[in-house]
Ligand binder design. Structure first.
Ligand code: ADP
Ligand code: MG
Length: 626
């Protein structure tokens, strides 16, 4: 798993010869191919003039493979052999896809690598093969239209796609015999289509509501460099859900809920979709239900439709707010809002988003083509047709990185969702007098305690000059480079002693693990805070007791009466027992008490030390003079 991926800048090549390259939007519902023709990026239609290729593949027992609208029409009649929404399965393990079992009607089987295969009449098919079959159709369409062989393609993926999902997409391209010039994130592609990359800098929110998924991304553009600041959304929300609500409503109107059959429900979904699409441009939509051979006409108004979908649209608006907050921004800092996905044609969707940001949206480019159009522009650059432009896409750190501090606590040095490359330094100090070494323990995760985070590496900084506790200054620098490699360096500032280690934080974590770690950090947040507080109090208590014990050894003889010594000892013993009670407040009070009773001793020590220092000073001066 590496959300820490970066795409390399464009490699330039021969500038004069126009090299054929395409942008491909490999979507969950629909896929498209686009190319730059005479300076303009356009999507390429099939023989019948359709630009959108439904991302549906049907396997026949003859070995034939049917892709697109025809395959889609068999989605329910031949469900086992007709693969829809294969994008959801890309790069997933068999355990992940088991969860889709309820939504997707396939029979899965596992290969040795734990990869899921779908059983069809034409044999078992991996998600990579199914995606390759979609890509082949698009590539063929492009080569026929452009009349030549392609040098490669830019294929878009959701911004949140992890390493395995990206790799699976690349594998599909290899299988389809197409060179991947780059995988580009979908929101970046959309921003490029609107030419937003030409701006000096800016903050862009991309709202992508497709058939079955909702993605929202916040991008930061700085001097031609795009960074994905944060992503969010809902992988189970899209236009299909609008259809479902309308279908239910239609069924109620026609009084057929009790007589529901599979065929009728399919018919209702199709009519609902048609009604929904009509309502994008009209105030009323008419549909004719065919119930047991009898025609039942139903009318639905735009107002009715809006009230059906209102709650879902509201959910997307709330997700926008959350992602903007995750990016560390306020709503008015978002300068451009780009609308992507067929479902953003729904007027209510546009109204609500516009109302949230209080500014006009970028919605002029066909929302289901905009991603492919942007990808083609990028492909044109990468193919070497525009050698001097280059665009860099940066990603974000999926989980926070931090260090273990006293008491088994984690101090976060770089927070999750920080874009990479990044470097952050933090200063630490020694805990004990005369401490000459410090253990550096690097952790990944969102929780407060070491045992709840993932240990990445440990090393020891040796050779710290002996000083009193708290006097040494150790700067620990975390640096994550563009390839996602973490380098941690610890340096004692007064002597320059240093030590470092390189770790790869993303290695070995699946995205489910990452999701689990994030989920745990939210659900345990309150308990974690309490635990942290308790540990901090215990650390304080230990520190005070240790310091006092040390002081008694050094200056007790000279400065303490027997009574005082006995008082300190009983108070220290009391504090130690309180520490075992897990009562943070009681420990805090105990610390305050001990600090108070030993306060006078501390100031007497201070006086004594000043006297000693002055004495030492004068002796040295005398020596120098003589
Ligand atoms: P994906 O990104 O998931 O492949 P798309 O961006 O192609 O999906 O969006 C498909 C969705 O857009 C479908 O739910 C479809 O019904 C919806 N859609 C397409 N045209 C319209 C329209 N005119 N009005 C409302 N919804 C539409
Ligand atoms: Mg899409």
């Amino acid at each position: 798993m590496a959300l820490l991926q970066i795409a390399e800048p464009g490699q330039s090549s021969l500038p004069h010869q126009h090299r054929l390259a395409v942008g491909i939007d490999l979507g969950t519902t629909n896929s498209l191919v686009a190319s730059v023709l005479s300076g303009e990026s356009v999507t390429l239609p099939d023989h019948d003039g359709n630009h959108l290729l439904p991302s549906v593949v049907r396997y026949l027992d003859t070995g034939d493979v049917v892709v697109g609208a025809v395959a889609r029409s068999f989605a329910s009649a031949d469900a086992h052999n007709t693969i829809v929404s294969v994008k959801r399965l890309m790069g997933r393990g068999i355990k992940d896809v088991a969860a889709f079992g309820e939504i997707l009607p396939y029979q899965f089987e596992e290969d040795q690598g734990g990869m899921p295969f779908i059983k069809t009449v034409a044999g078992s098919k991996s998600p990579v093969e199914v995606s390759a079959d979609i890509l082949k159709v698009l590539v063929q369409r492009a080569e026929e239209t452009l009349q030549g062989e392609l040098v490669g393609a830019v294929i878009t993926v959701p911004a949140y796609f992890d390493d395995a999902q990206r790799q699976a997409t690349k594998d599909a391209a290899t299988l389809a015999n197409i060179k991947v010039l780059r995988l580009l994130s979908e929101p970046t592609a959309a921003a490029v289509a609107y030419g937003l990359d030409q701006k000096e800098d800016g903050v862009i929110l991309v709202y992508d509501l497709g058939g079955g998924t909702f993605d929202v991304s916040v991008l930061h553009l700085n001097k031609g460099v795009f960074e994905v600041l944060a992503t969010g959304g809902d992988s189970a929300l899209g236009g299909d859900d609008f259809d479902r609500l309308v279908a239910e409503w239609l069924a109620e109107q026609a009084n057929v809920i009790t007589a529901m059959t599979a065929g009728l429900s399919r018919q209702l979904m199709e009519l609902a979709r048609s009604a929904k699409e009509q309502l994008t441009t009209a105030d009323q939509a008419w549909v004719n239900l065919d119930i047991a051979g009898k025609e039942v006409p139903v009318t639905i108004s735009k107002a009715q439709f809006n009230s059906l979908i209102e709650a879902l649209v509201d959910k997307t608006v709330r997700a926008c707010k959350r992602v903007v907050r995750d990016a560390g921004l306020s709503l008015d800092e978002v300068q451009d809002i780009v609308m992507v996905g067929g479902s953003t044609r729904v007027p209510l969707v546009r109204e609500c988003v516009e109302k949230l940001f209080k500014r006009p949206l970028h919605a002029d480019i066909d929302p289901d083509r905009v991603v492919a159009i942007g990808a083609a522009i990028q492909a044109d650059v990468l193919a070497g047709n525009k050698p001097d432009s280059e665009m860099l896409l940066l990603d974000v750190l999926p989980l926070s990185l931090g260090l273990e501090t006293m008491g088994g606590l984690v101090e976060k040095v770089i927070h999750r969702n920080t874009s990479i490359p990044v470097a952050r330094a933090q200063e630490f100090t020694t805990y004990q007098d005369g401490q000459t070494a410090m253990a550096v323990h690097i952790l990944q995760g969102e929780r407060e305690l070491v045992e709840d985070c993932r240990s990445l590496a440990r090393f020891v900084l040796q050779g710290i000059p002996p000083m009193v506790a708290g006097a040494a200054k150790i700067r620990v620098t975390f640096q994550v480079d563009a390839d996602g490699l973490l380098n941690v360096e610890a340096k004692e500032l007064s002597t320059g002693v240093e030590s470092s280690i390189q770790v790869k934080p993303s290695y070995g974590l699946s995205d489910t693990q990452i999701a689990d770690m994030l989920k745990a950090s939210y659900s345990f947040a309150d308990g974690d805070k309490e635990k942290r507080l308790l540990r901090e109090q215990i650390v304080d208590a230990d520190r005070l007791v240790a310091a006092l014990e040390q002081a008694i050894v050094v200056d007790g003889q000279a400065l303490l009466s027997d009574d005082e010594r006995a008082l300190f000892e009983s108070e220290m013993a009391l504090l130690k027992t309180v520490c075992d009670t897990s009562d943070a407040r009681a420990i805090e009070l105990g610390v305050e008490r001990l600090a108070k009773v030993s306060d006078d001793f501390a100031s007497r020590r201070m006086d004594l030390n000043i006297q000693r220092a002055l004495q030492g000073h004068s002796i040295k001066e005398i020596e120098e003079i003589s």
